[in-house]
Design a protein around this ligand. Structure first.
Ligand code: PEP
Length: 259
């Protein structure tokens, strides 16, 4: 576990226009630099809306803020007649490090299939972006007790055709839909159960050295007061934070979690 740098990722979703986004990031930089705390042992990433990315790039480069950033989605295509879509090439040019792929809001609201998400993963790697693949079950599946099989089925379909090198770099976020934005947090045991199952599946598909390198995150109502117990789990290498990433003090306290 300790070779894998913990990743604390903030997904702003469709919040924060480019002016609000810059203000939030400046406050976050100030809060983190003010604290008498070494947060260099974690990687902090933010996922603003597309329209904020250029401003975020300028701020991060200018201030040498120790935050990396990425986009919330990308096209499976590189360029052409795809009105409204954003190419991974454009994101790479804005120095994005990461890109979210298959967030449950993309899967449900936009009907994104595992087949499409597989192409998006491959597109991310084509452009040198590290994908954060989001997986997880809804409430009905959880109640039926088939959540592990459901999530692993998504995983198997999404990673088709990845090389071992790509898979070792992959970040996977387990986000049970029933825990997103609901205040209902999966227990550390639930997060560990699923992350262990995902890692075991990665061993099956890509071998154990790849599986030991891939980072696995938990997401779903993560807050400053529950982050430490989740990150203590053996197979959980970070968190993907939605709502709480919009509150500077709360997000800073998540980054500063005490293990
Ligand atoms: C998310 O949407 O990725 C998420 C985890 O949201 P929240 O933290 O608000 O539950």
């Amino acid at each position: 576990k300790f070779d894998r740098t913990p990743l604390i990722a903030g997904n702003w979703k469709m919040n924060m226009d480019h002016v609000q986004g810059i203000t939030l990031l400046q406050k976050l930089a100030w809060t983190l630099s003010d604290a008498n705390h070494d947060y260099s042992r974690v990687e902090v990433a933010v996922f603003p809306p597309f329209t904020d990315l250029r401003g975020v790039q300028t701020l991060v480069q200018g201030d040498q803020l120790k935050v990396v950033y990425g986009a919330q989605d990308l096209s499976d295509q590189d360029s052409g007649a795809y009105t409204g879509d954003i190419s991974g090439a454009f994101l790479a040019k804005l120095a994005c490090r990461y890109v979210l792929v298959g967030h449950s809001e993309r899967r449900t609201i936009h009907g994104e299939s595992d087949e499409l998400l597989n192409r998006k993963l491959l597109a991310a790697y084509r452009h040198g972006l590290t994908p954060i693949l989001c997986l997880g079950e809804g409430l009905e599946v959880r109640q039926a007790g088939t959540h592990v099989e459901h999530t692993l089925t998504q995983l198997r379909a999404d990673v088709v055709g990845l090389t071992e090198e790509q898979a070792a770099e992959l970040v996977i976020a387990y986000e049970p839909i029933w825990a997103i934005g609901t205040g209902e947090v999966a227990g550390p045991n639930d997060a560990q159960e699923m992350c262990a199952a995902i890692r075991a599946e990665l061993v099956e598909i890509f071998g154990s050295s790849v599986a030991q390198k891939a980072r696995l995150l938990y997401g779903g109502s993560v807050k400053a007061n529950n982050v430490a117990s989740i990150l203590r789990e053996r197979d959980v290498d970070g968190v993907l934070v939605g709502g709480a990433s919009l509150d500077v003090a709360e997000f800073a306290n998540i980054v500063k979690f005490e293990s």
